[in-house]
Design a protein around this ligand. Structure first.
Ligand code: GLC
Ligand code: MG
Length: 505
């Protein structure tokens, strides 16, 4: 039997709103994605994950779903979704859709009809119920409860427009099984499960006991995240996925406190993948990456590596200013794509896009900006539309302006500019993705190297990243396959400069 496709797949995350706009309204859409499938196939990824494109008032970029079986008109139609899936398959690409089971939109029919037993309503505390039922905080800032005109409160771990669903209600279970089937029937190859660690809350909804709880990757167990009960849900979901042919899969967005807790989501009768956010959060240091990698591999569970997504600052910017950040991001790409398991690439990462830090206040759309009382600028800076061309009103993203403006100097980062430039980030990703497909990998084993150099082998394949400040001499480097920057080769000895990675075999 050949191994399941997802085990070592490279999945490209498409933030639909910012990928490609087909109709000139400045908002990326499904026909836009469809028209760019040849680009993705040429880049050499195996699958795409589409951020939510469902009917939504867009209080949180579409993570507030009003109808789980409808495409929002701004993104296209259900026919467009089916056409996109069909064409993706014809281009050799699988399609993963986002599913948002922790909460719906407050415009969802259930909430509008006042079906309170499907959400989490509680009376308030205090003499007149004027205080929230407990001390939980919204991940976006402020209390996690909002009071309704009749005096009761409802829970929303995110924005007030995103009421949490009540997973103690069997109707909620049944509805989501049906939604899974709906998209599987349409041809989806899998699901990315939003807030996969959130659906089950500790019995009695106990207080946390202190403020500033919403550190997503904190070590502290929280009564609203990573409760053991969620795993029962996934065992049922797995049965549905297994009813379908073709290795349908699911990947969990589960911010668990450590690798062991993360691994629980990918037990053989549960989900297939869970993002390794400890790897994403690693600092630019060998020890930081080594710990994240080691802890994950020690669990023996399938590993899923990721450096950027639509919720965090782009890693070019996280790793350093200007040139330094880009240089490190090139090295990080070689690391990401050399590790055993699957890797996720966020759109624009292959272009080396930086975080846009200076969007005008009045254009910011992420609810984090308002809810943090204008102290946190939120996540719009990694959601700026892609530059496809070196000229035009939105650099080829749309025929008009895009929903967020691109920095002026993005013309030189455009797909058009980079495709013909052998030294570009795009060319590096493309070359490395091709190599990855051709190589065969053996057992993972760390190499014995200086402290700030990270290196491992997988059979005859080797990957070394110099995260230190001094060049490192590699005396036994064999045939160099690819390097992220210039390096010296003399008589079989490779000199690897700082912030550089190399593959050899
Ligand atoms: C996940 C999504 C994020 C969204 C949140 C609430 O973390 O990735 O974009 O805001 O869930 O749905
Ligand atoms: Mg559009």
């Amino acid at each position: 039997m050949t191994q399941e496709w997802w085990r070592d797949a490279v999945v490209y995350q498409v933030y639909v709103r910012s990928f490609a706009d087909s109709d000139g309204d400045g908002i990326g859409d499904l026909p836009g994605v469809r028209s760019r499938l040849p680009y993705l196939a040429d880049l050499g990824v195996d699958a795409i994950w589409l951020n939510p494109f469902y009917a939504s008032p867009m209080a949180d970029g579409g993570y507030d779903v009003a109808d789980y079986r409808a495409v929002d008109p701004m993104f296209g139609s259900l026919e467009d979704a089916a056409g996109l899936i069909h064409d993706a398959h014809a281009n050799g690409l699988r399609v993963i859709v986002d599913i948002v089971p922790n909460h719906s939109s407050d415009q969802h029919a259930w909430f509008r009809k006042g079906l309170r037993d499907r959400y989490i309503f509680r009376p308030g505390r205090g003499a007149d119920g004027e205080l929230p039922p407990n001390d939980w905080e919204s991940v976006f800032g402020g209390p996690a409860w909002t009071r309704t005109p009749d005096g009761d409160w409802y829970l929303h771990l995110f924005a007030p427009e995103q009421p949490d669903l009540n997973w103690e209600n069997p109707d909620v279970h049944a509805e989501f099984l049906d939604i899974l089937r709906f998209w599987l029937d349409l041809g989806a190859d899998g699901f990315r499960i939003d807030v996969a660690h959130g659906m089950v809350k500790a019995p009695g909804l106990p207080d946390v006991g202190h403020p500033n709880q919403n550190e997503l990757l904190g070590e502290e167990p929280l009564p609203y995240f990573d409760q053991d009960g969620v795993h029962e849900i996934y065992r049922t979901w797995r049965m549905v996925l297994d009813e379908y042919p073709g290795d349908r899969m699911a990947v969990a967005e589960a911010w668990a406190p450590n690798a062991e807790r993360t691994a629980l989501y990918v037990r053989p009768d549960e989900l297939h993948q869970a993002f390794n956010f400890h790897f994403l959060k690693a600092k630019w240091s060998a020890s930081s990456f080594r710990t994240a990698i080691e802890e994950m591999l020690a669990t023996k569970a399938p590993a899923t590596w990721v450096l950027s997504n639509h919720d965090v600052h782009r890693h070019v910017t996280r790793y350093g200013d200007g040139e330094v950040g880009t240089r490190r991001a090139r090295a990080a790409a070689l690391l990401l794509l050399a590790l055993p398991g699957s890797a996720y690439v966020y759109q624009g990462e292959e272009l080396g896009l930086p975080e846009v830090l200076d969007l005008p206040d009045e254009l910011l759309q992420d609810p984090v900006w308002e809810r943090s009382g204008h102290t946190d600028r939120g996540r719009d800076g990694c959601r700026v539309p892609l530059p496809w061309a070196s000229a035009g009103p939105s650099l080829g993203f749309s025929s008009g302006a895009g929903w967020l403006p691109q920095p002026e100097d993005w013309a030189k980062l455009s797909v058009a500019e980079q495709q013909t430039e052998p030294e570009s980030m795009f060319s590096l990703y493309r070359a490395v993705l091709r190599l990855r497909r051709m190589l065969s990998f053996g057992e993972f084993e760390w190499l014995d190297l200086p402290e700030d150099v990270l290196g491992f082998r997988r059979g005859t394949f080797h990957c070394v990243v110099n995260l230190g400040t001094e060049p490192v001499r590699l005396t036994d480097a064999g045939r160099v396959l690819v390097a992220s920057a210039d390096h010296g080769v003399d008589d079989g000895v490779v000199t690897l400069p700082p912030d550089t990675a190399i593959w050899w075999s």
